[in-house]
Design a protein around this ligand. Structure first.
Ligand code: F0G
Length: 474
């Protein structure tokens, strides 16, 4: 049968107008934002690929559910609906709602980590590691080496290296290990999945040593899709069955509902151990809110319950990941260095290769994100040395991966937006040798990437050439 083009399983009912800006306006906005894309005003942005977090377009069913928000302080109907949805999709026994993912990370870290303990994980995530350290723990990276190599095409670059994990257990003993933090579709590695085989083997090894495994289920649905596509023996199983299979192997999860679950805010902690759940609820009431809302409004919980069910519809997840693949393939075909294989929630430019004339302490990824904004108002995010922060001795960490993430919000942009994005990256690529670096002029103590300021090292811009597009009707 002849292969046909596919399109999204939805049509557009409402639009949000975007403002087009001139190069002079963008130069001014970027300088005011200290060359940090987090500090730009969104109205100065044309295509916003900063993050897929809380940026999804909700469905008409979700918007309708919003109107059925039960804003009672205690025992809201929407809490019970969301608890049921979590149980249907993820299958854990105990459900603790939080305002977003990091609220759940705070609870888990505070309850499970004793000062001085290690927390092995398949690559760090910024807020996750922050909360582990706040609780007195130390993160240890046990991801496979391929994950640190942008050109490796290994299909499961999120996998845990069992040797590294065994080595940590042998060296430190199980008492010194709080738990294993297992992220699905590893964000900082480029949206790379773990295989079911590896998840099984990792959980088996941990459980043999009485080490609990907590999942970061933030993009578990996307991971399940990759298992279905890439791992032998899983193609006949539905995405939701695979999500359940993953969760069944673990002891609980933290979750940012702002990603897979298609909502603008919300999250949760879910565990199987009733005693741990009880302690989490006790802590929850001090920091987030009562245990039947945990920082969310009733309407937020209502929208999330619907979004959670929509997230596991196969047509949805096919088109969501398919759009990311479309952009990634366009860039790869043009010879742009990107992390391979193409990830689930975004395309990651290898900034160290893209701007290979810049030394690492001139922050090539931060610089590239700034240059991309200047071209046509495309907003992206640095995921390199600025995000990695400093080590215990106060030295800058220079991770192997120096990346710029083009993160695709769910159900928001069209194929034409993806084409314009690819053209913008290509325009900067063509003038890459003219790009000059940045230095940091203000550095916040915690999670510095969010609010740091930079200034150009040469002249007053990082991209001296005006690459502004001349827009033509096709
Ligand atoms: N875990 C992962 C893997 C994440 O990607 C995020 C957020 C969190 C936890 C924290 O969740 O934002 O709801 O508190 N990632 C966003 C991003 C910020 O842009 O990648 P949160």
């Amino acid at each position: 049968m002849k292969k046909r083009s596919w399109a999204e399983p939805w049509k557009i009912k409402m639009v949000e107008p975007l403002r087009m800006t001139s190069r002079a306006e963008r130069e001014r906005a970027l300088a005011e934002a200290g060359y940090n894309t987090f500090l730009l005003r969104s109205e100065d942005v044309y295509i916003d690929l900063l993050t897929d977090s809380g940026t999804s377009a909700m469905s008409d069913r979700q918007w309708s559910a919003l109107m059925l928000g039960d804003e009672s302080y205690a025992g809201s109907r929407n809490y019970y609906d969301l608890e049921q949805a979590m149980s249907d999709v993820y299958g854990f026994a105990e459900f603790i709602p939080t305002h977003q993912g990091r609220g759940a990370e705070f609870l888990l870290s505070q309850l499970m980590i004793k000062p001085g303990q290690f927390v092995p994980g398949n690559m760090y995530f910024t807020t996750t590691r922050y909360h582990q350290e706040l609780a007195g723990g130390q993160f240890v990276d046990v991801i496979i080496d391929e994950a640190h190599n942008p050109t490796s095409t290994f299909p499961f670059k999120g996998n845990v290296c069992l040797k590294k994990l065994q080595h940590l257990i042998d060296e430190q003993g199980t008492d010194k290990i709080a738990y294993l933090s297992l992220e699905t579709n590893v964000n900082m590695a480029g949206g790379q999945p773990c295989s079911m085989e590896n998840i099984k083997a990792t959980c088996e090894l941990c459980h043999q040593h009485d080490i609990p495994v907590f999942l970061d289920a933030t993009r578990c649905v996307e991971n399940a899709w990759f298992i279905k596509q890439r791992e032998a023996g899983w193609n006949d199983r539905s995405v939701v069955e695979i999500v359940r299979d993953i969760c069944n192997l673990t002891d609980g999860c933290t979750m940012s509902g702002k990603k897979d679950s298609l909502v603008n805010t919300g999250g949760f902690l879910a565990v199987n151990d009733i005693k741990l759940a009880e302690e989490a609820r006790n802590l929850l009431v001090c920091h987030e809110g009562l245990h039947t809302y945990g920082g969310m409004a009733g309407r937020d919980m209502a929208a999330m319950a619907v979004g959670m069910h929509e997230s596991i519809e196969e047509d949805h997840i096919r088109s969501r990941v398919g759009q990311v693949q479309y952009l990634g393939e366009k860039l790869m075909d043009a010879g742009i260095p990107i992390v391979q294989p193409i990830g689930g929630h975004g395309v990651y430019l290898d900034a160290a290769a893209f701007l290979d004339h810049l030394p690492r302490d001139e922050f090539p990824a931060q610089t590239l994100a700034a240059a991309l904004y200047l071209d046509c108002g495309l907003r992206t995010m640095e995921r390199g040395a600025v995000s990695a922060g400093r080590d215990a001795e106060g030295h800058n960490i220079f991770p192997k991966l120096e990346l710029v993430r083009l993160t695709i919000p769910r159900r928001v942009y069209t194929q034409a937006h993806m084409d314009v994005t690819a053209e913008s990256v290509l325009a900067v690529w063509e003038h890459r040798r003219a790009v000059t670096g940045l230095r940091m002029t203000y550095e916040p103590v915690r999670l510095r990437f969010f609010q740091a300021f930079f200034s150009p090292l040469v002249g007053c811009t990082v991209l001296p050439v005006d690459t502004s597009p001349e827009v033509v009707a096709n």
